[in-house]
Design a protein around this ligand. Structure first.
Ligand code: IMP
Length: 193
């Protein structure tokens, strides 16, 4: 079985490979294709953006499983931001560290409420073109400073509910038991069977 993941983010790809291991499939990404152009994420929801990415990859890779993820961090005290803008919160070419620095600054300036959740929407197309949509969420709060070096994105400032460590302080297996992406993939695997 061949599965293509519509992401160029190596952090996400690594998590997908681990989380899809029970399929015993070959997991590929568009990084291997020199004729693929990443589509613009112009949707106003995680689902809309995941569908844009899944459709673009399915168009060049028909007849295999294609999975696209759109995910991000939503902070209650700043109206759900950065939300669909999570990857580019501090600007078009922002690095993870720039996005995290901007988030900490915005929360400090605007609110006492540090509640947040990660959300992941997966849109998948089966080899015969059937669409599957699932979502997963991880609740938590944003720490006042960064800790840990594992993971990617906002992991160094996200403390899952009921824990005292950031996601970046957890081993990857621990994150992969509780993450928004793990939960969404669990639901997807049920539907793929
Ligand atoms: P996407 O590639 O457009 O879905 O962007 C998702 C962005 O949300 C990433 O670049 C990260 O900034 C953030 N994000 C999504 N999932 C995670 C996660 O598991 N940990 C940390 N940051 C995440």
């Amino acid at each position: 079985m061949e599965v293509w993941i519509a992401t160029g983010n190596n952090g996400k790809l690594k998590e997908f490979r681990f989380l899809l291991r029970e399929l015993e499939s070959d997991v590929h990404s568009p990084n291997e294709l020199d004729y693929y152009t990443t589509p613009k994420e112009t949707g106003d929801s995680f689902e809309a953006n995941a569908r844009i990415k899944a459709k673009a990859l399915a168009a060049v890779k028909p007849g295999v499983w294609v999975i696209a993820d759109d995910s991000g961090l939503c902070c209650e005290g700043i109206n759900g931001l950065p939300g669909v803008h999570s990857a580019r919160y501090a600007g078009e070419k922002a690095r993870d560290t720039d996005n995290v620095a901007k988030l900490l600054k915005m929360l400090q300036m605007r609110t006492q409420n540090r509640k947040a959740h990660f959300e992941c929407c997966l849109v998948a197309y089966s080899p015969d073109g059937e669409e599957i949509v699932v979502t997963g969420k991880l609740e938590g709060e944003i720490a006042r400073k960064q800790s840990g070096t594992n993971g990617f994105g906002y992991d160094p400032v996200f403390v899952p509910s009921g824990m005292e460590k950031t996601l970046a302080e957890l081993e990857s297996q621990e994150k992969n038991k509780i993450s928004h992406r793990a939960l969404a993939i669990e639901k997807l695997l049920e539907k793929m069977k």
